[in-house]
Ligand binder design. Structure first.
Ligand code: G3H
Ligand code: 13P
Ligand code: ZN
Length: 330
């Protein structure tokens, strides 16, 4: 057992409190490899933003759990070396069992999500409560989820949204003791959030998806004032990356995300954690495809992973400065 405190990590309690009071959201960026981690840390140090490093169970399988833990520990030291200490949370994304959450806590995670959103309500409560009881003994914070997002959540796949029911939130948070609540108000996982048929065209011919259900968010905030809310599935799917990917041999049709203005608006409310993974995948893929297509003789991985890392850093800086408002808050 290693405590996250020994690794220089923090749980999410304090940073969420400040984010709600300050009207901004903390970025939760997923990572699976060194270049992603370097980009996240250097972007957040440079913009002085707190950050949540997110590890999915898929990432754990891909990169090896022990290695990931040492990488997060290394990230704390890397941030110091870059010259500015920022709060860093190591968070399990979409934990699906008590055993997985427990194992992550024992490996030094400072925060875990137990995602029982696909379970019947009472089973979701029972599982979430079990995780909270263990996590709180180690001062680890827990995120629960109510409502189902469309798209793919690791092994769980849903065709349609089930929006969070505001009447359930008081009962859920009091009976489970969770520290934050992920809700479903129209975001979804992946790069294909909306079909063109679901969108309308604005005056510039750009496809605009239906707005998030801010009415449901307001109802939830009324029921649990000041309680930390989390938005999953919040990639905006920058069209310049989709264009570059398709220009250099990719095939991403109809990739439409959540408009940044809507995330800006959400960040001003009790939404204090915004999850972004797909945008990073797109940024990396666009940069790598461009190198492969324009410099076909290149075969040193540093020559394509380096530009991918630079593009990722630019993307993450943009998120903290111009979308979430977390820049300057560390
Ligand atoms: O919500 C899921 C995250 O984007 C993680 O994706 O399970 O493919 O690592 P993954
Ligand atoms: P995106 O697929 O929209 O980036 O969402 C990521 C996420 O919610 C991770 O939990
Ligand atoms: Zn998610």
């Amino acid at each position: 057992m290693v405590s996250y405190k020994e690794l220089g990590l923090v749980n999410s309690r304090e940073i969420f409190k400040k984010a709600i009071e300050g009207g901004y959201a903390i970025p939760a960026f997923n990572f699976n490899n060194m270049e992603q981690l370097q980009a996240i840390i250097s972007a957040c140090v440079e913009t002085k933003s707190p950050v949540i490093l997110q590890v999915s169970s898929g990432a754990r399988k891909y990169a090896n759990q022990t290695l990931l833990r040492y990488m997060a520990q290394g990230a704390v030291e890397y941030a110091k070396e870059l010259g500015y200490e920022i709060p860093i949370v190591l968070h399990l994304d979409h934990g699906d069992s008590f055993e997985l959450c427990k194992s992550c806590i024992e490996y030094g995670f400072s925060s875990v999500m137990i995602d029982g959103s696909h379970l019947p309500y009472e089973e979701n409560i029972a599982l979430t409560k079990q995780v909270v009881e263990y996590a709180h003994q180690h001062d680890v914070t827990v995120e629960g989820e109510l409502g189902v997002l469309a798209g793919i959540e690791d092994d769980v796949q849903a065709e349609h949204h089930t929006y969070t029911e505001p009447d359930e939130v008081v009962d859920f948070v009091t009976r489970t003791g969770v520290d934050s609540l992920a809700i479903s108000i129209g975001t979804s996982h992946g790069a294909f959030k909306f079909t063109p048929e679901q969108c309308t065209r604005n005056e510039n011919g750009v496809l605009v998806p239906p707005p998030l259900r801010f009415d449901i968010l307001k109802e939830i905030e009324k029921r649990i004032p000041g309680f930390p809310i989390v938005l999953h599935g919040s990639s905006s799917v920058p069209q310049q990356y989709v264009k570059t990917i398709n220009q250099y041999g990719g095939k991403l049709n109809d990739s439409i995300g959540i408009p940044e203005e809507q995330l800006r608006e959400a960040a001003k409310s009790a939404v204090c954690k915004i999850n972004i993974d797909s945008d990073g995948r797109l940024a990396m893929t666009a940069a790598i495809r461009e190198v492969f297509a324009t410099k076909p003789a290149e075969f040193d991985p540093r020559k394509y992973l380096g530009p991918a890392r630079d593009e990722l850093k630019k993307l993450y800086m943009h998120k903290t400065e111009s979308v979430l408002g977390s820049a300057g808050k560390a």
